[in-house]
Design a protein around this ligand. Sequence first.
Ligand code: ZN
Ligand code: ZN
Length: 358
Amino acid sequence: MDFISRQKHLRLRLADSGLDALLVTHLPNIRYLTGFTGSAAVLVATRKGMLFFTDGRYREQANQQVRGARVSVPKGATLAAAAEALGKGIGALIGIEADHMSVAARAELKKLLPPGKKLRDTSGIVEQQRMVKDADEIALIREAVALGSELLSTALEAISPGVKETDVAAEIEYEARRKGAEGMSFETIVAAGPRSALPHGVASREPIPAKGFVVLDFGVILHGYCSDMTRTVHVGKVGREERRIYQAVLESQLAAIEAAMPGAELGQVDAAARSALRKAKLDKYFTHSTGHGVGLEIHETPRVARGQRDILTAGTVITIEPGVYIPGRGGVRIEDMVVVTERGCEVLTTATKELIEL
Ligand code: ZN
Ligand code: ZN
């Protein structure tokens, strides 16, 4: 991982935004910038360099992992030590990550800083940078997605009428760990029968009915990077209307993949998914956005949603996940992760999208 060039890039952005320093408190951002994977740290990024603060539990780990920043393990609170460093000749205007700092911590910081220093709320400075993945990251994401894709067969073996959704989730999660995953990237969704109409139907203790769709949405964390995929399978013989719904969602998903390319507005990708569903008169049942960025976190910048004017760039990793949810009848969602390439995009998820009847 090229932490040094990431830090250099951030310093340029600080200069652009007129900040003298940025206090980085969001751990995934700290990991991205320095390589530190622990759960307690703050990072002072100035136009000249990086100062990293952690507590005694992480002394050893920080010394091993942190690149490009001076590691300090203060006796007192890390925030106080960071404030002390910021109080010295760094300059007056200090950015904080407003999306991640509590009101109490901000007040505390203000109190710790000498008069004359000014705090400015910032949003998404490091996140914008994280949106475009470098080659090292894409390689790790590819591995995580491959591991995730392999779990579909485990899920298929576990599904049968009468089995609890949580039992299916348990099999998926156990196999993920057996294959070396550090954990799941979010709560596993197994939503069967009428529950498949819940876009976020986290596995419940309900048994899988004899007939109907089962939505499986799950992901793993491997080397710190998240995977995310959804497949919908059908228990029992698929009826004609169910097949039509599945086909429409698949066409919608393929249309959005087709639209994902460098230079495209995110809103256009979303619109491609919606207009394919409109042809099947199912667009009113597509009640969420088309996708999201994925990387060190499961939901990252950008949002692939209606009206988003931001432009896709090569190296951005997003999900494409349209769905149709008909209350009382059931739902279908199909989700892949894709990486935007120089010409279009590459689908990273390897599991089949054929409608599987179990
Ligand atoms: Zn998902
Ligand atoms: Zn997703």
